[in-house]
Design a protein around this ligand. Structure first.
Ligand SMILES: [Zn+2]
Length: 64
């Protein structure tokens, strides 16, 4: 296993972490079915639709 030869300076470490260790915010888009905010490429939590079709369990408000 490769082992680092030298310890990085704190400025090197901080410069690396400044841009590479960030957590990206989830991509929030309006649902095409109910226009509620939802994470893209996921089933809508408000209406249970995905790609224009009802999939999985729809919430109680939709079933009534
Ligand atoms: Zn929806």
């Amino acid at each position: 296993m490769a082992v680092p030869k030298r310890r990085n300076t704190s400025s090197k470490r901080n410069a690396r972490r400044a841009n590479h260790d960030k957590v990206a915010a989830p991509n929030i888009v309006p649902c095409p079915n109910c226009s509620a905010p939802m994470v893209s490429h996921r089933v809508c939590p408000a209406c249970g639709h995905y790609k224009g079709k009802a999939v999985g369990k729809a919430p109680a408000a939709e079933e009534k």
